[in-house]
Design a protein around this ligand. Structure first.
Ligand code: T46
Length: 138
């Protein structure tokens, strides 16, 4: 798992602006993300002082879309860290395997939708930061 902070990318999600002023429509198709979607889940009603994440994945890739509102994601490859604010429903965050993530500062009404490359599997998680750091040495 040699993934690094620079492997994390913000991807523009194609947007169709209705010519009659009826709003916008964004679509995620297979060609904009590097995996087939096996699972979709979403976080909502997150209190503003709450924290989510605090783990990394061994194999799972995820594409995170702020459907509504905003929140911050702290990303960490074991050496370097960066914090990204997600607040545009036409910009998604592609997080490869082997990246620690922590999410906080959820705005009122924020919805975080995640498209995932694998089914849920607890054995795919590093929930201990030291264990995660050790895995990055291999
Ligand atoms: C991630 C961030 C952004 C399931 O049963 N199925 C699922 O698909 C998921 C994602 C979770 N769960 C269960 C496991 C726990 O008992 O739901 C409970 C909460 O999961 P967790 O504590 O992992 O939630 P978050 O918000 O800290 O993390 C989740 C994802 O697990 C994780 O992959 O990147 O959202």
């Amino acid at each position: 798992m040699k993934t690094k902070i620079d492997d994390i990318t913000i991807i523009d999600i194609p947007k169709i602006v209705d010519p009659k002023g009826r709003g916008k429509l964004s679509v995620v198709e297979k060609n904009i993300i590097p995996f087939s979607i096996k699972r979709v889940y979403y976080l909502y009603d997150v209190p503003s002082d709450s924290y989510r994440g605090g783990h990394a994945h061994k194999k799972l890739l995820q594409f995170m879309i702020p459907l509504s509102g905003s929140f911050e994601v702290l990303l960490d490859d074991g050496v370097n860290k960066k914090k990204i604010m997600l607040n545009k429903p036409d910009k998604g965050l592609l997080i490869p395997q082997g990246i620690w993530r922590e999410m906080d500062n959820f705005s009122s009404g924020a919805i975080c939708m995640v498209l995932a490359s694998e089914h849920y599997d607890e054995s795919d998680y590093f929930r201990d930061y030291e264990e995660f750091k050790k895995s990055k040495l291999n």
